[in-house]
Design a protein around this ligand. Structure first.
Ligand SMILES: Nc1ncnc2c1ncn2[C@@H]1O[C@H](COP(=O)(O)OP(=O)(O)OP(=O)(O)O)[C@@H](O)[C@H]1O
Ligand SMILES: [Mg+2]
Length: 315
């Protein structure tokens, strides 16, 4: 059972122009997506730059205004409400940002950065707060004296750990992780990802894991949605997406996953060229006249693909 549902979410940004600076058009950053989050599971959101991934994360957490749609948390509509449920929602949904450097206030010491959500949401005495900060630093594998330092005194991977400590400070149910490792070196990426998996298991955390990298998402997520121009072209279990992809765009993204193994390198290259050729020749059929993604139709109970009804079964 999912504890949180998102129905037909939309974020449209007005574009102003002309001498009157009136609204002349809209950017459909997010244009009708639905998601469900389950306890202890990671939901992957993948797509190319500008497809609306960060906007999705930001609107869920309340950093962007919602144009249309509904967010339900533990059976209650929290889209616009301002009651105690909303405050529980704000406590239980936290975010880790792509660029740990700019998301940590450079003028604050680590202890004050981590204390921020604690002070906002948990009623702790100064002594309890101190203990909590100590505990959080230990969980993310940072030395205790880190609390007196400023963000610039840490490496990228360490900064991301501080961001994670802040995000888990309120014992959240869901963490929205927006490209949490894309700014890090490959070896550090693996460390941070494995650490995120560990705390997920330990605390029954759920993730909305945002990435442009299908390889990373495969490692982290049970359910995956492929986003294109603000909509989902395909959504399904990890198995559905990696073993039985339906949409031409998903197939193209899959064929582009880097694989450094020399075994089968030539075959992979040939396959990639074939997929790209097929994509270029057929891509128009997969989108409507305005190059808009079709509505989703079911492939199975867990698997949905954007298609017209006439295309169903005809991929
Ligand atoms: N505040 C804003 N005002 C107007 N347009 C915006 C705003 N924020 C984002 N956009 C536009 O909305 C679209 C989606 O942006 P978003 O940042 O969600 O993409 P993304 O998938 O996260 O991309 P990336 O992989 O590069 O991070 C883009 O066309 C972007 O230019
Ligand atoms: Mg982004």
């Amino acid at each position: 059972m999912s504890f949180m549902q998102i129905h037909n979410l939309k974020v449209h940004y007005p574009v102003r122009g002309g001498i009157l600076n009136s609204v002349v058009d809209y950017i459909y950053a997010v244009d009708g997506i639905s998601m469900e989050f389950e306890k202890g599971k990671a939901y992957g959101l993948v797509g190319e730059s500008g497809c609306g991934k960060s906007t999705t994360g930001k609107v869920i957490i309340g950093l962007e205004k919602i144009t249309a749609g509904r967010i339900c948390y533990e059976g209650v509509d929290v889209t616009n409400s301002n009651n105690h449920r909303k405050s529980a929602f704000n406590r239980d949904i936290q975010m880790i940002f792509q660029d740990a450097h700019s998301s940590l206030n450079p003028r604050k010491r680590v202890q004050d950065i981590i204390a921020e959500p604690i002070r906002n949401f948990l009623k702790l005495t100064p002594k309890e707060e101190k203990r909590k900060i100590h505990e959080l630093l230990e969980i993310v594998g940072m030395p205790e004296d880190a609390k007196y330092k400023y963000p610039h005194e840490f490496s990228g991977g360490q900064k991301q750990r501080i961001g994670i400590a802040r995000a888990i400070a309120t014992n959240p149910k869901l963490i929205i992780a927006d490209e949490p490792v894309s700014a890090l070196d490959l070896s550090v990426q693996a460390q941070v990802l494995n650490f995120m998996k560990e705390i997920q298991r330990e605390y029954g955390l759920s993730y909305l894991f945002i990435s442009h990298d299908l390889g990373v998402v495969q490692h982290m997520c049970e359910h995956i949605s492929i986003m294109y121009k603000g909509r989902f072209v395909e959504t399904g279990s990890k198995y559905d997406i990696y073993k039985n992809p339906q949409h031409i765009y998903t197939k193209r993204l899959l064929s582009a996953i880097p694989n450094t193994s020399p075994i089968g390198r030539d075959e992979r290259k040939k396959e990639r060229i074939l997929v790209e050729k097929h994509y270029q020749e057929n891509v128009r059929k997969y989108f409507d006249r305005q190059a808009r993604v079709f509505d989703l139709v079911p492939v199975s109970k867990t698997h949905f693909v954007a298609a017209t009804s006439s295309m169903k079964g005809g991929f």
